[in-house]
Design a protein around this ligand. Sequence first.
Ligand code: SAM
Length: 274
Amino acid sequence: MKHPQFSHKKSLGQNFLINPEVPRRSLAAGELCESDVVLEIGPGQGALTRLLLDSPCQFIHAIEIDRRLEPWLTELENSSNGRLRIVWGDVLVQDLNALEPLPNKVLANIPYNITTDLIWKLLIELAPRSLELLVLLVQKEAAERLRAQPRTRQRYPLGVTIEQMGTLKTVMKVSPGSFSPPPKVWSEVISLAIEQKRTLACAQQWRALLAASFSHRRKKLSTNLLSLGYDRADLEQLFTEIGISSQIRAEELTAAQWHELYARLFPAAQPDNQ
Ligand code: SAM
C-alpha cells in the first residue's frame, strides 16, 4: 500500500529511525522469547514494531498518540495474526495495568520530552506486577542523568530509584543521522533490568523522601527533610548512627546510604525484595 506524505511534528518528538542497526540492537538487548509480552511506546511508522513482529514474542501492545500514523500501523496490526494491538492515545494517561496480557518488557524509541514522566509511570504501574526489562532509546543527556553517580549535579530522584531497583546499561550510542528528521542531539539505547524492590517506585514515602531531599539542591539534606516534619536534632542523631555527615546534600548520598536512610525513616514501608 502506498503511504501518504507525512509531516513530522516536533512537539511529539517525531524523529523516526532510518538506521536499521538501532532497532536491530534494541531487539537483541530485549532477548525476547515466546512468553514475552512487549509494550512499545510511540511505534511511529513501525521501524521497531516490524522487528518485534518478527521476533518470537507472544504479544505486542503499541501505544501511539498520532492518528495520522494509522495507514502504517493499521496495516501492521491487520497482518499480525492477532499478535499486535495498537492503542491510540497518550501513553501518560493510559492505565498500563489494564493492558491484557500484562507486558513484562518495554522496548521503545520514546519521545524525548516525556522521558522522566514515562519511566516513572512504567516503574510505578508495571514493576510491581510484571516488568522485567526496559530497552529505551533516549536522549544522551537523559541517559547520563539516569546513571549519574553520587556527587554529580545530574543525580536526581529517578536515577536514585533506578539504582535501587535494578541494573542500567548502555546498549549503543546513536548519532543524529540515524533518524529522519535528524535531532540536534545524540541519543543512546539503554537497558534497565528490574531485579529487586519492585514496589519501591510506587511507595508514597519513598517518593516523598526523594522530593523533599532534592527540593533545594544546594541546601543540606537534613534541612530539606525538615519539611517532612522531622526534628533537626533527631535527624542529626539518625545521620550519626548511620554514618552520614550532617553536612551532606541529597546528590551526595550513595545507593547504600539511600537504602539505609529510607529503612530507618520508614521501617514499616520497606519494599519486598523480589
Ligand atoms: N518508534 C518510531 C521509530 O523509532 O521510528 C517512532 C519514534 S518517535 C521518536 C516517537 C513516537 O512517539 C512518535 O510516533 C510520536 O507520535 C509518539 N508519541 C509522542 N508522544 C506520545 C505520547 N504521549 N503517547 C504515545 N505516543 C507518543
